[in-house]
Design a protein around this ligand. Structure first.
Ligand SMILES: *Cc1c(COP(=O)(O)O)cnc(C)c1O
Length: 467
Protein backbone atom coordinates (compact mmCIF):
# COMPACT_ATOMS: atom_id res chain seq x y z
CA UNK A 1 0.00 0.00 0.00
CA UNK A 2 1.36 3.38 -0.99
CA UNK A 3 0.21 6.97 -0.65
CA UNK A 4 -1.91 6.85 -3.81
CA UNK A 5 -3.72 3.85 -2.34
CA UNK A 6 -4.16 5.86 0.85
CA UNK A 7 -5.95 8.56 -1.16
CA UNK A 8 -8.44 5.97 -2.43
CA UNK A 9 -8.89 4.13 0.83
CA UNK A 10 -9.23 7.31 2.91
CA UNK A 11 -12.25 8.18 0.81
CA UNK A 12 -13.71 4.71 1.35
CA UNK A 13 -12.98 5.04 5.06
CA UNK A 14 -14.73 8.43 5.12
CA UNK A 15 -17.86 6.81 3.69
CA UNK A 16 -17.64 3.95 6.14
CA UNK A 17 -17.28 6.42 9.01
CA UNK A 18 -20.34 8.41 7.95
CA UNK A 19 -22.43 5.23 7.59
CA UNK A 20 -21.18 3.91 10.92
CA UNK A 21 -22.24 7.04 12.77
CA UNK A 22 -25.57 7.23 10.93
CA UNK A 23 -26.34 3.65 11.96
CA UNK A 24 -25.10 3.75 15.55
CA UNK A 25 -28.54 4.21 17.07
CA UNK A 26 -29.61 0.82 15.69
CA UNK A 27 -26.71 -1.06 17.23
CA UNK A 28 -26.61 -2.42 20.78
CA UNK A 29 -24.44 -0.03 22.82
CA UNK A 30 -22.33 -2.59 24.65
CA UNK A 31 -20.52 -5.22 22.59
CA UNK A 32 -22.65 -8.35 22.45
CA UNK A 33 -19.75 -10.74 22.11
CA UNK A 34 -18.09 -13.44 24.18
CA UNK A 35 -14.59 -13.66 25.49
CA UNK A 36 -12.16 -15.02 22.88
CA UNK A 37 -14.58 -14.67 19.97
CA UNK A 38 -12.53 -11.98 18.24
CA UNK A 39 -9.19 -13.65 18.89
CA UNK A 40 -10.53 -16.87 17.37
CA UNK A 41 -10.99 -15.07 14.05
CA UNK A 42 -7.36 -13.96 13.80
CA UNK A 43 -4.61 -16.13 12.28
CA UNK A 44 -1.96 -17.32 14.69
CA UNK A 45 0.88 -15.56 12.86
CA UNK A 46 1.51 -12.34 10.96
CA UNK A 47 1.40 -12.80 7.16
CA UNK A 48 4.71 -13.21 5.33
CA UNK A 49 3.36 -11.77 2.08
CA UNK A 50 1.51 -8.46 1.59
CA UNK A 51 -2.25 -8.77 1.60
CA UNK A 52 -4.76 -6.81 -0.47
CA UNK A 53 -6.45 -3.83 1.19
CA UNK A 54 -9.80 -5.20 -0.02
CA UNK A 55 -9.26 -8.25 2.19
CA UNK A 56 -7.97 -6.29 5.16
CA UNK A 57 -10.87 -3.85 5.02
CA UNK A 58 -13.41 -6.63 4.56
CA UNK A 59 -12.07 -8.37 7.66
CA UNK A 60 -12.24 -5.13 9.59
CA UNK A 61 -15.91 -4.78 8.71
CA UNK A 62 -16.65 -8.42 9.48
CA UNK A 63 -14.73 -8.73 12.73
CA UNK A 64 -14.40 -5.40 14.48
CA UNK A 65 -17.54 -3.20 14.71
CA UNK A 66 -19.82 -5.91 16.11
CA UNK A 67 -17.29 -6.72 18.80
CA UNK A 68 -16.92 -3.12 19.91
CA UNK A 69 -18.70 -1.22 22.65
CA UNK A 70 -19.85 1.92 20.89
CA UNK A 71 -18.63 4.89 22.88
CA UNK A 72 -20.06 7.38 20.38
CA UNK A 73 -23.51 5.77 20.57
CA UNK A 74 -26.13 8.37 21.58
CA UNK A 75 -27.25 6.09 24.43
CA UNK A 76 -23.84 5.40 25.97
CA UNK A 77 -24.29 6.44 29.63
CA UNK A 78 -21.66 4.19 31.25
CA UNK A 79 -18.46 5.25 33.08
CA UNK A 80 -18.11 8.83 31.83
CA UNK A 81 -18.80 9.91 28.27
CA UNK A 82 -15.78 10.01 25.98
CA UNK A 83 -16.73 12.43 23.26
CA UNK A 84 -15.43 12.60 19.71
CA UNK A 85 -16.98 15.45 17.78
CA UNK A 86 -16.81 15.29 13.98
CA UNK A 87 -14.50 18.33 14.01
CA UNK A 88 -12.18 16.57 16.45
CA UNK A 89 -12.11 13.43 14.30
CA UNK A 90 -11.22 15.47 11.25
CA UNK A 91 -8.36 17.20 13.05
CA UNK A 92 -7.07 13.83 14.28
CA UNK A 93 -6.92 12.60 10.67
CA UNK A 94 -4.78 15.56 9.75
CA UNK A 95 -2.54 15.23 12.81
CA UNK A 96 -2.26 11.55 11.97
CA UNK A 97 -1.16 12.28 8.43
CA UNK A 98 1.66 14.55 9.59
CA UNK A 99 2.52 12.22 12.51
CA UNK A 100 4.90 14.74 14.00
CA UNK A 101 6.61 14.56 17.36
CA UNK A 102 5.70 17.68 19.31
CA UNK A 103 8.44 17.40 21.92
CA UNK A 104 10.52 20.49 21.14
CA UNK A 105 9.49 23.77 19.58
CA UNK A 106 11.73 23.06 16.61
CA UNK A 107 10.41 19.54 16.05
CA UNK A 108 6.94 21.05 15.56
CA UNK A 109 6.69 24.83 15.82
CA UNK A 110 2.99 25.02 14.92
CA UNK A 111 2.29 22.14 17.32
CA UNK A 112 3.92 23.97 20.21
CA UNK A 113 2.45 27.37 19.48
CA UNK A 114 -1.10 26.13 18.89
CA UNK A 115 -0.81 24.12 22.12
CA UNK A 116 0.27 27.24 24.02
CA UNK A 117 -2.61 29.22 22.57
CA UNK A 118 -5.18 26.48 23.25
CA UNK A 119 -4.09 26.40 26.89
CA UNK A 120 -4.81 30.14 27.08
CA UNK A 121 -8.15 29.79 25.25
CA UNK A 122 -9.21 27.00 27.61
CA UNK A 123 -7.94 28.80 30.70
CA UNK A 124 -10.10 31.81 29.84
CA UNK A 125 -13.04 29.62 28.79
CA UNK A 126 -12.99 27.94 32.21
CA UNK A 127 -12.77 31.29 33.97
CA UNK A 128 -9.35 30.55 35.50
CA UNK A 129 -7.00 33.33 36.59
CA UNK A 130 -4.36 34.74 34.26
CA UNK A 131 -1.49 33.27 36.25
CA UNK A 132 -2.15 29.76 34.89
CA UNK A 133 -0.12 28.29 32.07
CA UNK A 134 -0.23 24.62 31.20
CA UNK A 135 0.31 21.74 28.85
CA UNK A 136 -1.47 18.79 27.27
CA UNK A 137 -0.75 15.26 28.51
CA UNK A 138 -2.19 11.99 27.24
CA UNK A 139 -4.47 11.39 30.23
CA UNK A 140 -5.54 12.75 33.59
CA UNK A 141 -3.54 9.99 35.25
CA UNK A 142 -0.32 11.38 33.76
CA UNK A 143 -1.24 14.92 34.86
CA UNK A 144 -1.75 13.70 38.41
CA UNK A 145 1.45 11.65 38.31
CA UNK A 146 3.35 14.75 37.15
CA UNK A 147 1.91 16.76 40.04
CA UNK A 148 2.75 14.02 42.56
CA UNK A 149 6.33 13.80 41.27
CA UNK A 150 6.59 17.56 41.74
CA UNK A 151 5.16 17.31 45.28
CA UNK A 152 7.68 14.62 46.08
CA UNK A 153 10.75 16.46 44.79
CA UNK A 154 9.70 19.79 46.27
CA UNK A 155 9.18 18.19 49.70
CA UNK A 156 12.62 16.52 49.39
CA UNK A 157 14.16 19.91 48.62
CA UNK A 158 14.94 18.48 45.14
CA UNK A 159 17.55 16.03 46.47
CA UNK A 160 15.36 13.13 45.35
CA UNK A 161 16.05 14.02 41.70
CA UNK A 162 19.64 12.87 42.06
CA UNK A 163 19.70 10.80 45.24
CA UNK A 164 16.32 9.10 45.25
CA UNK A 165 14.23 8.66 48.37
CA UNK A 166 16.48 6.30 50.31
CA UNK A 167 17.30 7.56 53.78
CA UNK A 168 15.00 10.55 53.44
CA UNK A 169 11.93 11.39 55.50
CA UNK A 170 8.73 9.43 54.97
CA UNK A 171 6.54 11.55 52.70
CA UNK A 172 2.77 11.87 52.98
CA UNK A 173 0.12 12.84 50.43
CA UNK A 174 -3.48 13.64 51.39
CA UNK A 175 -6.74 13.11 49.49
CA UNK A 176 -10.30 12.09 50.25
CA UNK A 177 -11.67 8.57 49.86
CA UNK A 178 -13.77 9.82 46.91
CA UNK A 179 -10.76 10.55 44.72
CA UNK A 180 -9.96 8.48 41.65
CA UNK A 181 -7.66 5.46 41.70
CA UNK A 182 -5.22 7.42 39.50
CA UNK A 183 -4.12 9.16 42.70
CA UNK A 184 -3.31 5.84 44.37
CA UNK A 185 -1.46 4.80 41.24
CA UNK A 186 0.52 8.05 41.08
CA UNK A 187 1.59 7.76 44.71
CA UNK A 188 2.74 4.18 44.07
CA UNK A 189 4.61 5.11 40.90
CA UNK A 190 6.31 8.05 42.60
CA UNK A 191 7.86 5.66 45.11
CA UNK A 192 6.02 7.30 47.99
CA UNK A 193 4.03 4.15 48.66
CA UNK A 194 0.31 3.51 48.97
CA UNK A 195 0.48 3.49 52.79
CA UNK A 196 1.61 7.12 52.68
CA UNK A 197 -1.50 8.26 50.82
CA UNK A 198 -3.71 9.40 53.68
CA UNK A 199 -7.42 9.19 52.86
CA UNK A 200 -9.21 11.93 54.79
CA UNK A 201 -12.82 11.40 55.92
CA UNK A 202 -15.56 13.26 54.07
CA UNK A 203 -18.51 15.22 55.42
CA UNK A 204 -22.13 14.24 54.75
CA UNK A 205 -22.03 15.80 51.29
CA UNK A 206 -19.06 13.54 50.35
CA UNK A 207 -16.51 16.39 50.19
CA UNK A 208 -13.24 16.28 52.13
CA UNK A 209 -13.48 17.51 55.74
CA UNK A 210 -10.98 20.43 55.95
CA UNK A 211 -10.67 20.15 59.73
CA UNK A 212 -9.89 16.45 59.50
CA UNK A 213 -7.32 17.28 56.79
CA UNK A 214 -5.64 19.84 59.03
CA UNK A 215 -5.66 17.45 61.99
CA UNK A 216 -4.16 14.62 59.91
CA UNK A 217 -1.33 16.85 58.65
CA UNK A 218 -0.55 18.07 62.17
CA UNK A 219 -0.59 14.54 63.57
CA UNK A 220 1.77 13.35 60.81
CA UNK A 221 4.22 16.19 61.47
CA UNK A 222 4.17 15.34 65.18
CA UNK A 223 4.85 11.69 64.32
CA UNK A 224 7.88 12.59 62.19
CA UNK A 225 6.42 12.30 58.69
CA UNK A 226 7.02 14.91 55.98
CA UNK A 227 3.75 16.07 54.34
CA UNK A 228 4.30 16.74 50.62
CA UNK A 229 1.00 17.64 49.02
CA UNK A 230 -2.78 17.64 48.97
CA UNK A 231 -4.97 16.38 46.11
CA UNK A 232 -8.58 17.53 45.98
CA UNK A 233 -11.33 16.50 43.58
CA UNK A 234 -14.00 18.42 41.76
CA UNK A 235 -16.24 15.61 40.60
CA UNK A 236 -15.23 12.23 42.02
CA UNK A 237 -15.69 9.37 39.58
CA UNK A 238 -17.97 7.18 41.64
CA UNK A 239 -20.80 9.58 42.46
CA UNK A 240 -19.43 13.02 41.52
CA UNK A 241 -18.20 14.09 44.96
CA UNK A 242 -17.08 17.73 45.24
CA UNK A 243 -14.38 18.70 47.72
CA UNK A 244 -14.61 22.21 49.21
CA UNK A 245 -11.77 23.61 47.12
CA UNK A 246 -11.20 26.96 48.85
CA UNK A 247 -11.10 25.44 52.34
CA UNK A 248 -9.01 22.43 51.30
CA UNK A 249 -6.44 24.58 49.49
CA UNK A 250 -6.28 26.99 52.45
CA UNK A 251 -5.38 24.13 54.81
CA UNK A 252 -2.70 22.92 52.39
CA UNK A 253 -1.23 26.42 52.01
CA UNK A 254 -1.12 26.92 55.78
CA UNK A 255 1.31 23.98 55.84
CA UNK A 256 3.15 25.12 52.69
CA UNK A 257 2.05 22.03 50.74
CA UNK A 258 1.85 21.72 46.95
CA UNK A 259 -1.71 21.22 45.69
CA UNK A 260 -3.37 19.49 42.76
CA UNK A 261 -7.07 19.37 41.86
CA UNK A 262 -8.50 16.47 39.87
CA UNK A 263 -11.41 17.86 37.84
CA UNK A 264 -10.94 15.32 35.05
CA UNK A 265 -14.66 14.96 34.43
CA UNK A 266 -16.36 17.97 36.03
CA UNK A 267 -13.85 20.50 34.69
CA UNK A 268 -15.50 20.58 31.27
CA UNK A 269 -18.69 21.98 32.82
CA UNK A 270 -16.77 25.04 34.01
CA UNK A 271 -17.02 26.63 30.58
CA UNK A 272 -20.52 27.43 31.90
CA UNK A 273 -20.17 30.19 34.54
CA UNK A 274 -23.17 28.91 36.54
CA UNK A 275 -21.29 25.73 37.54
CA UNK A 276 -18.09 27.43 38.72
CA UNK A 277 -19.33 27.64 42.31
CA UNK A 278 -18.51 23.92 42.43
CA UNK A 279 -14.77 24.71 42.41
CA UNK A 280 -14.85 28.10 44.14
CA UNK A 281 -11.31 29.05 45.13
CA UNK A 282 -9.67 27.05 42.32
CA UNK A 283 -7.29 29.88 41.39
CA UNK A 284 -5.19 29.09 44.48
CA UNK A 285 -4.34 25.57 43.18
CA UNK A 286 -0.77 24.87 42.06
CA UNK A 287 -1.91 22.31 39.49
CA UNK A 288 -5.22 21.08 38.12
CA UNK A 289 -6.40 18.69 35.45
CA UNK A 290 -9.47 18.39 33.25
CA UNK A 291 -10.24 16.08 30.35
CA UNK A 292 -11.92 17.79 27.39
CA UNK A 293 -12.83 14.33 26.09
CA UNK A 294 -15.18 13.90 29.06
CA UNK A 295 -18.01 15.96 27.72
CA UNK A 296 -16.55 18.76 25.60
CA UNK A 297 -16.25 17.08 22.22
CA UNK A 298 -12.44 16.84 21.97
CA UNK A 299 -11.64 13.16 21.75
CA UNK A 300 -9.18 11.03 23.73
CA UNK A 301 -6.28 11.19 24.11
CA UNK A 302 -5.65 14.51 25.75
CA UNK A 303 -5.82 15.93 29.26
CA UNK A 304 -5.16 19.55 30.15
CA UNK A 305 -2.95 20.36 33.12
CA UNK A 306 -2.98 23.97 34.26
CA UNK A 307 -0.05 25.11 36.39
CA UNK A 308 0.16 28.17 38.59
CA UNK A 309 3.89 28.15 37.99
CA UNK A 310 5.44 25.60 35.63
CA UNK A 311 8.95 25.95 37.09
CA UNK A 312 8.71 23.29 39.85
CA UNK A 313 7.26 20.67 37.48
CA UNK A 314 9.92 21.42 34.86
CA UNK A 315 12.51 21.02 37.60
CA UNK A 316 11.13 17.54 38.34
CA UNK A 317 10.46 16.32 34.80
CA UNK A 318 12.72 18.37 32.55
CA UNK A 319 15.94 16.98 31.16
CA UNK A 320 17.94 18.48 28.34
CA UNK A 321 20.60 16.17 26.93
CA UNK A 322 22.93 17.54 24.22
CA UNK A 323 21.00 15.92 21.40
CA UNK A 324 17.82 17.74 22.41
CA UNK A 325 19.34 21.23 22.65
CA UNK A 326 17.78 23.83 20.41
CA UNK A 327 20.82 25.66 19.06
CA UNK A 328 20.82 29.44 18.89
CA UNK A 329 17.43 29.83 20.57
CA UNK A 330 16.93 30.45 24.27
CA UNK A 331 13.33 31.43 24.83
CA UNK A 332 11.34 28.58 23.28
CA UNK A 333 8.89 26.27 25.01
CA UNK A 334 9.95 22.64 24.80
CA UNK A 335 6.91 20.82 26.14
CA UNK A 336 8.69 17.52 26.70
CA UNK A 337 10.28 19.21 29.72
CA UNK A 338 6.79 19.57 31.24
CA UNK A 339 5.67 15.96 30.72
CA UNK A 340 6.70 12.37 31.46
CA UNK A 341 7.18 11.03 27.90
CA UNK A 342 9.57 12.60 25.42
CA UNK A 343 7.48 12.00 22.28
CA UNK A 344 4.23 13.92 22.15
CA UNK A 345 1.31 13.83 19.71
CA UNK A 346 -0.14 16.93 18.08
CA UNK A 347 -3.17 17.00 20.40
CA UNK A 348 -3.78 20.72 20.23
CA UNK A 349 -5.09 20.51 16.67
CA UNK A 350 -8.34 18.76 17.64
CA UNK A 351 -8.91 21.32 20.41
CA UNK A 352 -8.46 24.14 17.89
CA UNK A 353 -10.88 22.54 15.42
CA UNK A 354 -13.49 21.71 18.05
CA UNK A 355 -13.50 25.11 19.74
CA UNK A 356 -13.83 26.81 16.36
CA UNK A 357 -16.38 24.46 14.79
CA UNK A 358 -18.88 24.67 17.66
CA UNK A 359 -17.80 27.83 19.46
CA UNK A 360 -17.86 28.12 23.24
CA UNK A 361 -21.56 29.01 22.99
CA UNK A 362 -22.30 25.74 21.18
CA UNK A 363 -20.31 23.66 23.67
CA UNK A 364 -21.94 25.42 26.64
CA UNK A 365 -25.37 24.66 25.19
CA UNK A 366 -24.48 20.98 24.83
CA UNK A 367 -23.29 20.76 28.44
CA UNK A 368 -26.38 22.60 29.71
CA UNK A 369 -28.61 20.24 27.74
CA UNK A 370 -26.88 17.18 29.15
CA UNK A 371 -27.21 18.43 32.73
CA UNK A 372 -30.86 19.41 32.22
CA UNK A 373 -31.84 16.13 30.54
CA UNK A 374 -30.12 14.01 33.21
CA UNK A 375 -31.88 15.98 35.95
CA UNK A 376 -35.19 15.46 34.13
CA UNK A 377 -34.54 11.72 34.03
CA UNK A 378 -33.62 11.75 37.73
CA UNK A 379 -36.85 13.56 38.59
CA UNK A 380 -38.95 11.11 36.59
CA UNK A 381 -37.26 8.06 38.10
CA UNK A 382 -37.73 9.53 41.59
CA UNK A 383 -41.52 9.42 41.10
CA UNK A 384 -41.47 5.66 40.42
CA UNK A 385 -42.33 3.69 43.59
CA UNK A 386 -39.77 0.94 42.89
CA UNK A 387 -36.74 3.16 42.24
CA UNK A 388 -34.65 5.19 44.69
CA UNK A 389 -32.23 7.98 43.80
CA UNK A 390 -29.17 7.09 45.90
CA UNK A 391 -27.09 10.17 45.05
CA UNK A 392 -28.63 13.24 43.41
CA UNK A 393 -27.39 14.67 40.14
CA UNK A 394 -24.22 16.69 40.34
CA UNK A 395 -23.88 17.99 36.81
CA UNK A 396 -24.90 15.11 34.53
CA UNK A 397 -24.30 12.20 36.95
CA UNK A 398 -26.62 10.54 39.44
CA UNK A 399 -27.00 7.06 40.90
CA UNK A 400 -30.05 4.96 41.64
CA UNK A 401 -31.17 1.62 42.93
CA UNK A 402 -34.01 -0.74 42.13
CA UNK A 403 -35.86 -0.96 45.46
CA UNK A 404 -39.14 -2.87 45.17
CA UNK A 405 -40.94 -3.65 48.42
CA UNK A 406 -39.77 -7.26 48.39
CA UNK A 407 -36.25 -8.59 47.94
CA UNK A 408 -32.63 -7.59 48.33
CA UNK A 409 -32.07 -4.24 46.60
CA UNK A 410 -28.35 -4.88 45.96
CA UNK A 411 -28.90 -8.21 44.23
CA UNK A 412 -31.93 -6.99 42.30
CA UNK A 413 -30.13 -3.86 41.11
CA UNK A 414 -27.21 -5.97 39.87
CA UNK A 415 -29.63 -8.25 38.05
CA UNK A 416 -31.42 -5.29 36.51
CA UNK A 417 -28.13 -3.79 35.31
CA UNK A 418 -27.17 -7.06 33.60
CA UNK A 419 -30.58 -7.21 31.92
CA UNK A 420 -30.29 -3.60 30.74
CA UNK A 421 -26.87 -4.11 29.21
CA UNK A 422 -27.81 -7.38 27.54
CA UNK A 423 -30.83 -5.63 26.08
CA UNK A 424 -28.49 -3.11 24.46
CA UNK A 425 -30.71 -0.07 23.98
CA UNK A 426 -28.76 1.84 26.64
CA UNK A 427 -25.50 1.18 28.47
CA UNK A 428 -25.09 1.90 32.19
CA UNK A 429 -22.45 0.88 34.76
CA UNK A 430 -22.36 0.43 38.51
CA UNK A 431 -20.53 1.60 41.58
CA UNK A 432 -20.56 0.74 45.27
CA UNK A 433 -21.80 3.64 47.37
CA UNK A 434 -21.83 3.30 51.16
CA UNK A 435 -22.03 -0.45 50.84
CA UNK A 436 -24.85 -0.35 48.29
CA UNK A 437 -24.70 -1.60 44.71
CA UNK A 438 -26.00 1.33 42.67
CA UNK A 439 -26.37 2.12 38.96
CA UNK A 440 -24.62 5.25 37.67
CA UNK A 441 -26.29 7.34 35.01
CA UNK A 442 -23.58 9.48 33.38
CA UNK A 443 -24.74 11.62 30.49
CA UNK A 444 -24.35 12.22 27.76
CA UNK A 445 -22.73 11.43 24.41
CA UNK A 446 -21.88 14.10 21.84
CA UNK A 447 -24.83 13.03 19.67
CA UNK A 448 -27.35 12.31 22.46
CA UNK A 449 -30.79 13.83 22.26
CA UNK A 450 -33.21 14.35 25.12
CA UNK A 451 -35.18 11.29 24.00
CA UNK A 452 -32.02 9.15 24.22
CA UNK A 453 -31.53 10.15 27.86
CA UNK A 454 -35.19 9.64 28.74
CA UNK A 455 -35.13 6.17 27.18
CA UNK A 456 -33.25 5.02 30.28
CA UNK A 457 -36.53 5.41 32.19
CA UNK A 458 -38.43 3.24 29.72
CA UNK A 459 -35.75 0.55 29.61
CA UNK A 460 -35.21 0.17 33.37
CA UNK A 461 -38.92 0.30 34.28
CA UNK A 462 -39.72 -2.22 31.55
CA UNK A 463 -36.91 -4.67 32.28
CA UNK A 464 -37.32 -4.68 36.08
CA UNK A 465 -40.59 -6.52 35.50
CA UNK A 466 -38.78 -9.39 33.78
CA UNK A 467 -36.41 -10.20 36.67
C1 LIG B 1 -11.67 9.71 34.23
C2 LIG B 1 -11.04 10.22 35.47
C3 LIG B 1 -9.67 10.04 35.70
C4 LIG B 1 -8.77 9.24 34.78
O1 LIG B 1 -8.67 9.81 33.52
P1 LIG B 1 -7.61 9.28 32.45
O2 LIG B 1 -7.55 10.40 31.46
O3 LIG B 1 -8.20 8.04 31.87
O4 LIG B 1 -6.33 9.02 33.13
C5 LIG B 1 -9.14 10.59 36.83
N1 LIG B 1 -9.90 11.28 37.70
C6 LIG B 1 -11.22 11.47 37.51
C7 LIG B 1 -12.03 12.24 38.50
C8 LIG B 1 -11.84 10.94 36.39
O5 LIG B 1 -13.15 11.11 36.19
Amino acid sequence: MNHEDLRIWSKKAADWIADYHAGLSDRPVRAQTTQGATAAQLPANAPEKPEALEDIFADFEAIVPNAMTHWQHPRFFAYFPSHASPASMLAEQLANAMSAMCMLWQTSPAGTEIEEQMILWLRDALGLADHFTGTIHDSATTCTLSAVLTMRDRAMDWTSITQGLTGGPRLRIYASAQTHSSIDKSVRLAGIGQDNLVKIPTTDDHGIDPEALDAAIKADIAAGYKPAGVILCTGGTSIGAMDPIAAGLAVAKSHDLYTHVDAAWAGTAMICPEFRYLWEGIDAADSLVFNPYKGMGVQFDGAIQFLRDATPQIRSLGLRPDYLETLDMDEVTNFNEWTVPLGRRFRALKIWFTLRAYGLEGLRQMIRNHVAWVKELEAKLATHPDFTITTPATLALFSFQYTPKEGDANALTAKLLAAVNNDGRVYLTQTMHEGQFVIRMAGAAFDSKQSDVMMVYDVVTELCQTL
